[in-house]
Design a protein around this ligand. Structure first.
Ligand code: EPS
Length: 353
């Protein structure tokens, strides 16, 4: 199950091609709406105010509402792009942006804003993962869910999965939502941005997914999650907190009633243990801010950059569905690989619940 995407933020369209999806899965264009809306800009006051319809067209790989096993091509036309020359932006390297590295690599500046480096690209990952999530749920009962676990210095006081889908922050504590609203409003007024942490968990993953060395489940997850725009850190299970733990604390003891804890994040030796697969990502504060910053221009002269436009004060707010998508895409690929090599799971004992 592989996905490639194409398109630029300010081009005519974005899209993806999914290879290796099993045949027979029922899917319709309407089913993409939920997750695409969760990720989209302009759906609340606390994200970028670019208004995109994000309507999916299924171009191939689906016949009479079912996947055929052939490549699935999905397309979303950009409807609120600004294709005109970005003028000032194209002459300078915005600090913290990919402008400078793209220039050093390709020697070409796409005059249409962030182009391929824009988080707009993540739309197609979320679209592809709608199919992955559905197959994982139907075939194995796997559910992939995420939430915002920290924004700036604020962490949740309480945790409730039900709260997560009922506020624009994917925040697990409803009581804190008004405070978060004020926090983001003040941040926007100050012209600055802030980082965030997103946790993502897959329940129902059977033991056995992942490879021992090349293609470890945690290795592939780390790579997939790190590939999300603005991600600067990835943790599996306890992650970096393990530095101060003892072995007696970190190892997850077992009995036939189950695992006593899940410090490992559901992965041992690169292979799923049957526990929930848990990962965490940190997204940097958005680089597009109204506070002037020093940089250089194409002529090599010093310059000051202020990035105006329709930007997110915290890109992490919209990252929850993206993190879920990347985890689902890794899991579906490993599910198929495991099935191909070992057949279906569940034939060895003892099996810890
Ligand atoms: C983004 C900048 C903004 C966001 C965009 C991500 O776009 P624009 O170039 O239009 O100002 O709106 O996000 C999306 C369009 C999207 O669908 O996620 C960036 O620099 O990453």
């Amino acid at each position: 199950f592989t996905v490639t995407t194409f398109g630029e933020s300010h081009g005519p369209a974005i899209g993806c091609v999914i290879d290796g999806c099993p045949p027979g899965l029922s899917i319709s264009a309407e089913e993409f709406r939920g997750d695409l809306d969760r990720r989209a800009t302009g759906r609340s006051r606390y994200t970028s105010q670019r208004h995109e319809a994000d309507e999916v067209e299924i171009l191939s790989g689906v016949y009479e509402g079912r996947t055929t096993g052939t490549p699935i091509a999905l397309l979303i036309r950009n409807t609120d792009q600004r294709s005109k020359d970005y003028g000032e932006i194209v002459q300078t390297f915005r600090p913290g942006h990919a402008d400078y590295t793209y220039w050093q690599k390709y020697g070409i500046r796409d005059p249409r804003g962030g182009g391929r480096s824009s988080a707009r690209e993540t739309t197609m990952r979320v679209a592809a993962a709608v199919i992955a999530k559905k197959w994982l749920a139907e075939r194995y009962g796997v559910r992939v869910r995420g939430y915002l676990a920290q924004i700036g210095e604020v962490t949740p006081d309480a945790f409730d999965w039900d709260a997560v889908e009922h506020n624009p922050f994917f925040w697990p504590d409803t009581a804190q939502v008004p405070a978060l609203e004020s926090y983001i409003n003040a941040l926007r007024k100050s012209g600055d941005s802030v980082g965030a942490r997103v946790n993502v968990v897959a329940d129902g993953v059977p033991p056995g997914w992942g490879e021992p060395i090349y293609g470890k489940l945690d290795g592939d997850l780390a790579s997939a999650l790190m590939s999300i725009n603005a991600v600067k850190g990835v943790e599996i299970g306890d992650g970096f907190a393990a530095v101060s733990q003892r072995g007696s604390q970190h190892r997850d003891e077992m009995s036939m009633e189950g695992f006593a804890s899940n410090h490992a994040g559901g992965i041992l030796g690169g292979i799923s243990s049957g526990q929930s697969v848990a990962a965490s990502i940190v997204l940097k504060p958005t680089s597009s801010i109204l506070i002037p910053g020093h940089s250089v221009n194409l002529a090599g002269e010093p310059t000051e950059v202020v990035t105006k436009g329709r930007h997110d004060p915290c890109v992490g707010i919209r990252a929850t569905p993206i993190a879920e998508a990347m985890m689902a895409l890794v899991l579906v690929d490993h599910a198929l690989r495991h099935r191909a090599q070992c057949g279906d799971v569940g034939h060895v004992t003892p099996r810890i619940p």
